[in-house]
Design a protein around this ligand. Structure first.
Ligand code: PBG
Length: 330
């Protein structure tokens, strides 16, 4: 009679010591794979803390430069800029004004860090429109896809002229990747890369971002962002964006969409990034502040899980802090 038990098969062998666990780890985080999203507000005298995103600020142009310098010092891979204008209008004219806050901020950050970070800009109209939608509206109030594409083309030219290394198309208009690629090429910006937010879902987890950009939106974005119920549709969006010339595709949000991320990562020929969005940040910060979860382990585990699901790089509001922890662990 043999005693019941694991016999020779003992997975715990590789978990016994920190050294064994470290060598057996199948996923690793690197500072170089992290991108920090940041907000810069026109007309601020001093950086302004965000209530729903503890630790995140609306920056002035000067404090943004310091934040970018810190990010470069920490060795992260890039920075994604979001502009918050003081004035908005129906077509989001601040987005294409060379003196608009986002375009000025791009030039500021490039002047500060040069090539030490990949300087990226959000290419979307919602921060600049007085109705808060990601595009321009028809007379009946619907988001006008093709008229919006002309605005995106102009925005891409303005961001490239300001020195952006990569533009992040987050508007979910059909045809946006191809139109922006053509606009950049025609203006001599063949080297500016296009990140397509290929699978971007209409998510409740963007809530705190609305405070960060002082969103004017009433209603929702379900007529252009994807339905959280849809998995297969992500493959279609990715295929279209890659065919239109996307250099990188993104899945967003991250934590509630790890299945989608794993699907895309398994098949994409271009790099796949994921965006750990404002609501994901806020949930972990809020629970940590209550003492309900351990902040550092929860943050690390959450970003690691996104990496494990297949993200080549991750946009996260913890990028600089996490890079500091990774350096400590070395
Ligand atoms: C659109 C944009 C949004 C986010 C990034 N780009 C808002 C939206 O689509 O409603 C959300 C990011 C976050 O929640 O952290 N410009």
């Amino acid at each position: 009679m043999t005693t019941p038990g694991p016999g020779r098969l003992r997975p715990r062998r590789l978990r016994r010591t920190p050294a064994l666990r470290r060598l057996a780890a199948q996923t690793r985080l690197h500072a170089a794979d992290l991108v920090l999203p940041v907000f810069v507000r026109e007309g601020l005298d001093a950086p302004r803390p965000l209530t729903s995103m503890p630790g995140v600020l609306q920056h002035t142009r000067a404090s943004l430069r310091q934040e970018a310098a810190r990010a470069a010092e920490a060795g992260i891979g890039g920075i994604m800029l979001f502009g918050v204008p003081a004035h908005r209008d129906a077509t989001g004219s601040g987005a294409t004004d060379p003196d608009g806050i986002l375009n000025l901020a791009i030039a500021d950050v490039v002047a500060e860090v040069g090539d030490a970070l990949v300087v990226q800009a959000d290419l979307c109209l919602d921060e600049f429109t007085d109705h808060g939608h990601c595009g321009v509206l028809t007379s009946s109030g619907a988001v006008d896809n093709d008229a919006t594409l002309e605005r995106y083309a102009a925005m891409a030219r303005a961001q490239a002229a300001a020195g952006a290394h990569l533009v992040g198309l987050s508007g979910m208009m059909d045809g946006q990747t191809g139109v922006v690629r053509d606009a950049l090429d025609a203006a001599g910006h063949q080297d500016v890369a296009v990140l397509a937010y290929a699978a971007k879902y209409a998510s409740a987890f963007y809530g705190p971002f609305r405070e960060a950009v002082e969103s004017q939106l009433h209603g929702d974005r379900r007529s252009y962002q994807m339905d959280p119920a849809n998995r297969r549709e992500a493959a279609r969006e990715v295929a279209i964006d890659v065919a239109e010339g996307a250099d990188v595709v993104m899945v967003k949000p991250a934590m509630s969409y790890l299945d989608v991320l794993a699907d895309v990562a398994a098949t994409s020929a271009v790099p796949v990034w994921a965006y750990q969005v404002s609501g994901e940040y806020a949930m972990i910060e809020a629970a940590s502040a209550q003492g309900w979860i351990d902040r550092r382990s929860a943050v690390t585990e959450s970003v690691l899980s996104i990496r494990r699901a297949g993200a080549d790089a991750i946009l996260t509001y913890w990028a600089t802090e996490l890079a500091g922890w990774l350096a400590e662990e070395l």
